[in-house]
Write a protein that binds this ligand. Structure first.
Ligand code: PMV
Length: 317
């Protein structure tokens, strides 16, 4: 059995706009997904997660299934596999759990089949899988999950920014949604109001570029302010909602530098950044609104092959 793990992610800036060629900044987080693969002679793909078992007809496990089918097609090979998913990342809530499942499945399958793939190649194959499942996806999620760290994504280009040491406070509403549905909703809005929505996307792009400078200067107060402005524009696209807004305002009122939704929105999570001394206060304020709070940091490590049960790992980049 081969087990691979990969991190979830948050967006500091630029989700949605990144789908239309604007830049975005995403960070891998220290919450991981683990995928174990055992090849079988049945020819069938079965998937188990959180005490549920299913085959490829299950909507829920689409990403792992498409990943397996893609490996079959790309490498013209037939196999059966039992795929087991364990995760610290709440699914379908904007924390990149689908990308982490996708790249971990691709890597665990390729290792099991003796096919050598580096992390960047896994990210590219993973992006193809996400495009098929979602209809349209940026390369951000699979690249961040495969390579870790802080990543600037613009069109097909991805590059690492300096590692950032800042506490991240994530508030999860618990409302699951489909990224592809929200992406389709924004796409319809853009078709209806091309110049308005195009203008919003381009402003989000400007915020991301400015945010990149503030991050490089280590100016977390301005980074937070720009996150807040980015949130206003996401709100204008209709992807925020009252439950998310409550968490965002609770975080800001408790003194966070900034807070916004992360990922597609319409449910899912918010992310706040705060000074180390203020983390508990912000955490408490978000929790008081009834949200599950995950406090984490940015992970410099991406996709890894796990070499023992104790989760000691071998870098495969
Ligand atoms: O909600 P998530 O984690 O699937 O992130 C979606 C981010 C979008 O920009 C809305 C779509 C994409 O593919 O980049």
């Amino acid at each position: 059995m081969i087990t691979c793990s990969a991190p979830g992610k948050i967006y500091l800036f630029g989700e949605h706009a990144v789908v239309y060629g604007e830049p975005a900044i995403a960070c891998a987080i220290n919450l991981r997904v683990c995928v174990s693969v055992e090849l079988t002679s049945s020819g069938k793909i079965t998937i188990a997660a959180m005490n549920k078992r299913a085959n490829c007809s299950s909507e829920e496990f689409k990403y792992a299934c498409y990943a397996a089918q893609t490996i079959k097609q790309l490498f013209e090979t037939e196999f059966g596999a039992e795929i087991t998913i364990r995760s610290e990342v709440p699914p379908r809530q904007g924390l990149g759990s689908s990308a982490a499942v996708t790249v971990s499945t691709i890597k665990a399958l390729s290792e099991s089949l003796g096919i050598e793939l580096n992390n960047e190649t896994v990210a590219k194959i993973g992006h193809k899988v996400e495009n098929e499942v979602q209809g349209k996806a940026s390369p951000a999620d699979t690249f961040v999950s495969s390579t870790g760290g802080v990543v600037l994504v613009e069109k097909a280009k991805t590059s690492h920014l300096s590692q950032l040491d800042v506490p991240l406070i994530i508030g999860a509403t618990g409302v699951e949604r489909s990224t592809s549905d929200v992406v389709a909703f924004v796409s319809d809005l853009r078709k209806k109001y091309p110049s308005v929505v195009g203008g919003v996307m381009s402003l989000i792009g400007d915020i991301t570029r400015l945010g990149e400078q503030k991050l490089a200067d280590g100016d977390l107060a301005s980074t937070g302010e720009l996150m807040n402005i980015n949130q206003g524009l996401l709100e204008s696209l209709g992807v925020s909602d009252i439950a998310l807004s409550r968490l965002i305002y609770a975080a800001r009122t408790a003194g966070a530098f900034g807070a916004k939704i992360t990922g597609a929105g319409c449910g899912g999570c918010i992310v706040a950044i705060a000074s180390t001394g203020n983390v508990d206060h912000v955490t408490e304020a978000i929790a008081k609104q009834g949200a599950r709070v995950l406090t984490t940091t940015i992970s410099s490590s991406g996709l890894q092959v796990e070499v023992s049960q104790e989760r000691s790992t071998r870098d495969i980049a």
